[in-house]
Ligand binder design. Sequence first.
Ligand SMILES: [Zn+2]
Length: 88
Amino acid sequence: MTKPTNKPTFIPKLYCNFFGHDYQVTKNVTYHVKEYTCSHCKKQLTTNSNGNLIELTPKFKEINAILERIHASRMERSKKKTIASSIY
Ligand SMILES: [Zn+2]
């Protein structure tokens, strides 16, 4: 380094450039869709409908919130179904 920098994000980004991002699952949206955050630079990713990892933009956050709600209500329904079928 020739010039000192005051940017606090410089070091984590540099770290990720050298060693790669260290993504941790921060949210399970559905069985297949998850949200990830890099523990160093806080970059966020999500799984899209094709199963690829893409940047988590505000638009995808919105989509994931909707998916999460649909998934939760489906889980709720299948739980009731299991209870009902175990009675008979
Ligand atoms: Zn990173």
